[in-house]
Ligand binder design. Structure first.
Ligand code: 6PG
Length: 260
């Protein structure tokens, strides 16, 4: 394995927000200078709320400025439900973050699932993959899309996106987007980016907070158990950064990074 993932720990979730902001703005700025846009994928769970706490406060310096007009937002995973459903990751992101972005920061281009295919989740995954192909490059000219940043959560069982421990989807090596109909976390029907796509991003960040995460973080960082989050750590090496609060890593033996 190459260099190790970075672990940034903060006393509380509130202290984590400025660090996460600094990291996201840097990823934004380098995406824009590389290709004029910032291509980011986001998960559901607690992430949209933490992201809002990081990104919505006013900027403190020119280099700390968000330019949402250059953002292309995709979903790292999404549930097969209407876009206004209580289980929709799109609806969650809309409520927590998108609807609160001040107009002067610009409006991001947001890429939700095509709800015409709610009853055929494989077709929904295929259509989302086609959307990525249109946005990133032709499928035959690139093996995998390169997101500037993928923002992930970590479930208490070590899942990330909708990639669950021991599930056959972890062995998917061809598709960019896969469907799942037996997600152990409800709702059962979802689509998800695949592990090769996650591991291919320029940067990959996990946000995990609260004491409920410490047992699984021990397994991920101390044992490298083959859990989905551990597979991202292995595949991404030092392109992976974890933003956690102290409660989530209490008792976890792994070196914390001092500064970003
Ligand atoms: C989903 C999420 C999922 C989430 C983790 C962590 O759609 O279910 O994308 O992968 O990120 O379950 O969730 P918490 O941050 O709420 O613990």
């Amino acid at each position: 394995m190459g260099k190790q993932p970075n672990l940034y720990s903060f006393p509380t979730v509130n202290d984590l927000a400025p660090g996460l902001r600094h990291y996201v703005v840097q990823a934004q700025n380098s995406g824009i200078s590389r290709h004029g846009t910032f291509k980011v994928a986001v998960s559901g769970g607690s992430l949209p709320k933490t992201l809002a706490a990081a990104l919505l406060p006013p900027s403190t310096a020119p280099e700390d400025t968000l330019d949402f007009s250059k953002w292309e937002i995709f979903f790292a995973d999404e549930r097969a439900v209407p876009l206004d459903h209580a289980d929709s990751n799109y609806a969650l992101l809309q409520a927590e973050l998108l609807s609160k972005i001040p107009a002067e920061l610009g409006a991001p281009a947001v890429h939700p699932i095509d709800v015409a295919h709610l009853d055929d989740v494989q077709e929904m995954a295929d259509q989302y993959e086609k959307l990525l192909v249109r946005n990133f490059a032709q499928r035959d000219s690139v093996k995998l899309p390169i997101f500037d940043l993928i923002l992930l959560g970590c479930g208490p069982d070590g899942h990330t996106c909708s990639l669950f421990p021991g599930h056959e989807l972890l062995r998917e090596s061809d598709a960019w987007v896969a469907s799942i109909e037996d997600s152990p976390k409800p709702p059962a029907k979802r689509i998800t980016l695949t592990l090769p796509v996650v591991n291919h991003a320029v940067k990959i960040a996990f946000v995990a907070t609260g004491g409920g995460k410490k047992e699984v973080l021990k397994q991920i960082f101390e044992d490298g158990t083959g859990l989905p989050c551990a597979l991202v750590n292995e595949g991404g090496g030092d392109r992976v950064s974890w933003f956690v609060d102290d409660a989530a890593v209490e008792g976890v033996s792994y070196p914390r990074r001092g500064s970003l």
